[in-house]
Design a protein around this ligand. Sequence first.
Ligand code: UD1
Length: 419
Amino acid sequence: MDKIIINGPCKLSGSVTISKAKNAYLPILAGVLLSNKKITLNEVPNLRDINTMLKLLGNLGVGVKRDGKTIELEPALLNSHEATYDLVKTMRASIFTLGPILTRLHKAKVSLPGGCAIGTRPIDLHLSNLEKMGAKITLEGGYVYAETDGPLQGAHLVLAFPSVGATENLMMAASLAEGQTVIENAALEPEIDDLANFLNAMGGKVSGIGTNRLVIDGVKEFKEVEYTAIGDRIEAATYIMAALATKSSVRVDGFNPKHLDFVINLLKNMGANIEVGADFVQVEPSTLSLAKVDTAPFPGFPTDVQAQMMALVTQVEGSSIITEHIFENRFMHVPELIRLGAKIELKGNTAVIEGGLKLIGAPVMCTDLRASAALIIAALTSHGETEISRVYHLDRGYENLDQKFKKLGANIQRVSEES
Ligand code: UD1
């Protein structure tokens, strides 16, 4: 197990290039299962979650050829309908394979993902809506068994909540279904648009992209495609917050700032000096005022940036308030931030952060992906050495994080830890 050691406080400068979005590539990789033609994906980040998904595709029979960041997939070789527990338990996004396997093979056996650190995360919306499309679903022995007599049938689906994963799973299932499917109250996250664009690039028929009413006309087969996903808005937000927390001048490059409109406007209202370009932002040292943040589905403030925002406001004078509305247990960074000297009070799903205090380096532990990013930001502002253990959580979603921060001038190193 590796750990990261940061000696702070650090000043950052220069530019950082954002990788392509993990949360776009995970559903796209599941979408590969719909086709029987060659698919080439470019600039795929080297991340633990991506590698898990590739392993899962390989186990299902899909040919996977990796040449640096380019991945060639041969889904015609699909020969199994079973996503097993050993892989699914390490990554919830494996559930994205359910819709594609079912619609392509008319049967699927996918392990129930179970809870995770940030909450119970049920999949009821995925299952009940697949049933509306004609799937017979049973749960047994920790697995979802789904089957259909012939193709899935297009249906009119209304999501009780705009779940990102359910929208993606159903959009993929509908793409090979018979007839038209309408998904109302669909999630609006940019990664959904990217999945729809990928499906359309290989001959799918998804319309209503960018709205909460998606219309999908099923097709019989797909064609060869080469595709590159969007830049990772969550990674970009993490570097923006790191720059602001350390009062640094940093250019964050290679993503669409429109995907972070809400976050950037909120930061600007707090006093952040951020210049917005077409595919970059330039952050300048700024004196911020306190914040009141409520997480919400897109286009609101992303839950995936909540922890990093909390690390940032530990550096801002006054009492900031952050309320988490999406996941029930997403404050695991709080006790770790407190170890660094932050003053944070939790009341249910609301955290009150008394900012502007000096943080002092300490040993801390990663608990989940975005909580870990918050610890990196806090450590960059802390005085002295912070040792961050269990960095495998970071490796799930941040490509070359230590190298990217080192290039920005941070005093950061990654060392192998005896296990
Ligand atoms: C995706 C993202 C994750 C992000 C989240 C919210 C990926 C791989 N993951 O996760 O990083 O934090 O969106 O932006 O893209 N829910 C149900 N029943 C369901 C499905 C969801 O009750 O069937 C609830 C969840 O428990 C949660 C909320 O809906 O409280 C949002 O979940 P969802 O949008 O589905 O998130 P994921 O797709 O799991």
